[in-house]
Design a protein around this ligand. Structure first.
Ligand SMILES: CC(C)(COP(=O)(O)OP(=O)(O)OC[C@H]1O[C@@H](n2cnc3c(N)ncnc32)[C@H](O)[C@@H]1OP(=O)(O)O)[C@@H](O)C(=O)NCCC(=O)NCCS
Length: 303
């Protein structure tokens, strides 16, 4: 595959589905309504790219390794567990190739700097190539997700739904009392679902703030009983709920995803989901029907 083929493939991802939502009103829009020519150039738009780390083998893995900086390569080499190594490589390839869809910079040329809490961002001296472009990455067993937007605070989290864990106990340790009560009121699959809904939402928020676990996890509480999650802040974590928008859903049978974003203004923000196959010539639509999204509360996802 030539570089040109790869670049062309990168610019033609299949649309999975689209969600639009406002602070107060959630609206669903038809599938495939996202324009196919670049996405995050739109101010009120966030794109979420999903990739399968199982792709990180053979020639694909070799091609992706060629994109890494020496620092990234050294980190890759330090992974002992194959699954984690593939997730890391997939994340790096996804970030680099996807940013290059939105800015005039080759995938291998991007440089990143982390803030004091470890959040990576485009290096300041490359910011001119991609004004306002922000991203956040999450990886878990079997899934890597990258959210890209402009001029917003943005956090994404994906989790593999591990039904074997002692979830009820973990709530008590990490969640706000109201969240714990909501999880404990459910049983079996419903308990699992509520647990991972809160978990991913809480991760998405602390990642959007760029502070990770420096923020107290019980310093804010979600209410997910309505169609859209809402948030309440305690004095230990002062913030303005009205600037935040959240979205949470399943990805297939085994994963949950949540997105947190703070944008200026009250306009609609479109969230588009894409299946990504970095440097692979022929992208295919994500096979899982469950990634065809409807907005929370909008009823049955459109097929
Ligand atoms: C590091 C942390 C920000 C995310 O950890 P995580 O959920 O294990 O990992 P994810 O896969 O979702 O995200 C990792 C990516 O986030 C990015 N990241 C790292 N630090 C970040 C920060 N402070 N803010 C935002 N993003 C960050 C990086 O891109 C990283 O991937 P990379 O190292 O391959 O580049 C932090 O929240 C953490 O340590 N969490 C531990 C899990 C936990 O206890 N959660 C409780 C939830 S209730």
């Amino acid at each position: 595959m030539s570089d040109c083929d790869a670049q062309a493939a990168e610019r033609r991802p299949p649309s999975l589905s689209t969600v639009e939502f406002q602070s107060a009103v959630t609206q669903s829009v038809a599938n495939d309504s996202c324009p196919t020519n670049g996405c995050a150039s739109d101010r009120d738009r966030v794109d979420v790219y999903l990739a399968d780390p199982a792709l990180a083998t053979g020639e694909t893995a070799l091609a992706w390794l060629g994109l890494l900086s020496s620092t990234e390569r050294a980190r890759y080499d330090r992974f002992k567990v194959e699954g984690a190594r593939r997730e890391y490589l997939t994340g790096r390839a996804l970030v680099r190739t996807t940013l290059s869809r939105h800015a005039d910079c080759s995938p291998a040329d991007w440089r990143f700097e982390a803030n004091r809490y470890g959040r990576p961002a485009i290096a300041p001296d490359q910011a001119h190539a991609a004004p306002g472009l922000v991203f956040n990455l999450s990886h878990t067993r079997g899934l890597v997700a990258l959210a890209i937007g402009r001029n917003c605070d943005l956090g994404v989290d994906v989790e593999w739904i591990d039904r074997q864990g002692r979830l009820a106990d973990l709530c008590t340790r990490y969640f706000a009392p109201s969240e714990t009560a909501f999880v404990h009121a459910a049983e079996d699959d419903e308990l699992t679902d509520r647990f991972f809904t809160f978990w991913t939402l809480k991760e998405a928020y602390i990642k959007a703030r760029g502070m990770g676990l420096a923020l107290p996890l019980d310093g804010f509480a979600y209410d997910v009983s309505a169609s859209e999650p809402t948030i309440r802040f305690e004095p230990t974590c002062p913030d303005d709920p009205s600037r935040w928008r959240f979205f949470a859903r399943r990805i297939g049978a085994s994963h949950r995803l949540a997105l947190a974003m703070a944008v200026a203004g009250a306009g609609v923000v479109s969230v588009c989901f894409w299946q990504a196959r970095p440097l692979v010539a022929k992208p295919e639509a994500f096979a899982e029907p469950a990634v065809r999204l409807a907005a929370p509360g909008a009823g049955t996802p459109s097929a």
